[in-house]
Design a protein around this ligand. Structure first.
Ligand code: NIG
Ligand code: FE
Length: 411
């Protein structure tokens, strides 16, 4: 007997094929030990529901999608940057503020000062916003510590959140995010320190699922990024990259040459970069919240990505400097409105493709037998509504690893 069975559902399985959204009308999902044990049309169920499962839920014609995946966040940090927001409204640019020692570095100072409990609690609150909208998997980066201990503290907090909350947390080491004051003028020495000290030490504690870097004019060069990738390779860790956000550095092609899981941002991506990504299967993670918030005017080359067959994921980039946002549904709307993604591409971007960008595509991201039973019931008439709305939260129930998180369906 199955543990639970969900009936009267319209399923957006997000399994690729000829049917939009991989939809199954009048569908059913059976759950056993946290996984999807059966999925299909109700008419094809091998018996009457009460004889098949201990617990039967009726979705009352709601749509069910895979649990949402936010595959790029910096959600653990100290302080905020509302003051810089004010400066920017008086005319300063993101880059000018960063060069004057603000930006990422001001969050580094606040994060170093914050206790583990303060980091944990502030991140938990932001995660609660995401979870309320159906997020069941989230990536969390370090990168506001920059010294060995604070980088490790951020990642420990991320791991603890993953243990305490009904959320799959994937951690990413982002030591090469900015140059800390103690290494001023010594960027190469900082990279050496990350490669030979900070990263191996975090990895040996089991804190690192992937390694990322910020390759840009105000970040690190491709030569320095390559060193980070070599260190990651030596430790057997997959890589990803903040690439082509403010300028084209050929970072995406470099990442692809290391078989990167993803290259993220990509407003300035070249054709050669897109081709290299397609060849390597590197997912493009687009971050419309950051595009919007720093008032970027150059659009990521979505048509080029489509033409080359690069998979497109979407994420909040939740961080205090360029994307202080905790709504993945708003990201769907922004991706459609600003980047012209179709609602189906946008939903795939926060399910199937988001999971792929974390190397979790076999486990999560679509509704298929054997995958984790992470799914969301929605009070919507058609899946496009998820990208269409601005504000409001149509989530009726979130199921994480087979467990319904709320006592009853919300209306
Ligand atoms: O993804 N670009 C670099 N990193 C972040 C911004 C971090 C910050 O400003 O604090 C981003 O946009
Ligand atoms: Fe980022």
């Amino acid at each position: 007997m199955w543990e639970s069975l969900w009936l009267d559902a319209r399923l957006a399985t997000m399994v690729p094929g000829n049917v939009p959204y991989g939809a199954i009308e009048d569908g059913a999902i059976a759950v056993e030990r946290g996984r999807i044990a059966w999925i299909g049309r109700r008419a094809d169920l091998p018996g009457s529901p009460e004889t098949l499962a201990e617990e039967v839920w009726r979705s009352r014609n709601r749509w069910i999608t895979p649990g949402l995946v936010d595959c790029h966040t910096h959600i653990v940090y100290g302080g905020d940057r509302a003051h810089e927001f004010e400066l920017r409204l008086k005319g300063a640019s993101y880059e000018e503020i960063a060069r004057a020692g603000g930006g990422i570095r001001s969050t580094v100072a606040a994060t170093r000062e914050a206790s583990d409990d303060v980091l944990y609690e502030s991140a938990r609150r932001r995660l609660a916003d995401l979870q309320a909208e159906g997020v069941t998997t989230v990536e969390i980066k370090s990168g506001y510590g920059l010294d060995r201990e604070t980088e490790a503290r951020m990642l420990r907090v991320a791991r603890r959140l993953g243990q305490d909350l009904p959320l799959t947390v994937s951690t990413t080491y982002l030591g090469a995010h900015a140059l800390p004051p103690e290494f001023e003028g010594r960027a190469d020495a900082f990279i050496e320190f990350l490669c030979h000290d900070s990263l191996p030490s975090a990895a040996s504690e089991g804190l690192v699922d992937a390694v990322d870097a910020f390759c840009d004019r105000i970040g690190f060069t491709t030569v320095q990024t390559r060193k980070m990738f070599e260190a990651a390779r030596g430790l057997g860790l997959p890589v990803k990259l903040h690439a082509e956000q403010l300028s084209d550095q050929d970072g995406a092609a470099l990442a692809a040459s290391y078989g990167a899981l993803s290259a993220d941002h990509l407003e300035h991506l070249s054709e050669a970069g897109a081709r290299a990504m397609a060849k390597a299967g590197t997912v493009a993670v687009l971050l419309p919240g950051a595009f919007y918030f720093i008032r970027e005017t150059r659009l990521p080359p979505v048509d080029l990505l489509r033409r080359e067959g690069v998979r497109i994921a979407l994420a909040t980039d939740c961080n205090p400097g360029t994307s202080p946002m905790t709504s993945l549904l708003l990201v769907l709307n922004m991706a459609a409105t600003l980047f012209r993604l179709t609602p189906e591409e946008a939903l795939a971007g926060v399910t199937r493709e988001g999971a792929a960008a974390l190397g979790l595509g076999r486990e999560r991201g679509t509704l298929e037998v054997g995958k984790a039973a992470d799914f969301v019931l929605w009070n919507i008439a058609r899946p496009a509504e998820l990208a269409y709305r601005i504000g409001g939260n149509p989530a009726a129930q979130v199921v994480k690893d087979g467990q319904a998180l709320w006592p009853e369906l919300r209306t």
